[in-house]
Design a protein. Structure first.
Length: 121
């Protein structure tokens, strides 16, 4: 899928606390606009950047950040983007996995197992 490599890089930067909103707005690939899963990932990346703990004090609180739902979703989103790059047919199933994380039906540590299970079907 075109644009996934760029999204992958932006998610990694968000996880590292080095992505600005300006960079997100100018670098996000518009070619994937309208895709429900990709738009959900975009919204999470934006939320993670906007609510990064400690950003206003100039020192990011990574301990607090790693406890947020945005961080957990970024980790999930990174796995999803990597899988979509190699197996785009999984898009609906991967979106379902992401929804399970949001609704606390699975935790961040179960995501990889869930994705591997999907790939075997």
């Amino acid at each position: 899928m075109v644009g996934l490599h760029e999204i992958n890089k932006l998610i990694v930067k968000a996880l590292n606390g080095t992505l600005s909103l300006d960079e997100l707005y100018t670098s996000w690939p518009e070619v994937l606009a309208g895709n429900e899963l990709i738009e959900s990932i975009y919204n999470n990346v934006e939320s993670a950047v906007e609510h990064l703990p400690g950003i206003f004090s100039g020192e990011i609180d990574f301990i607090a950040f790693k406890e947020t739902i945005e961080y957990k979703l970024l980790k999930c989103d990174l796995l999803i983007v990597k899988k979509l790059n190699t197996n785009p047919e999984l898009i609906t199933k991967l979106n379902d996995v992401r929804k399970k994380l949001v609704s606390s039906q699975i935790n961040i540590y179960e995501i990889e197992v869930e994705i591997q299970r999907l790939e075997k079907k």
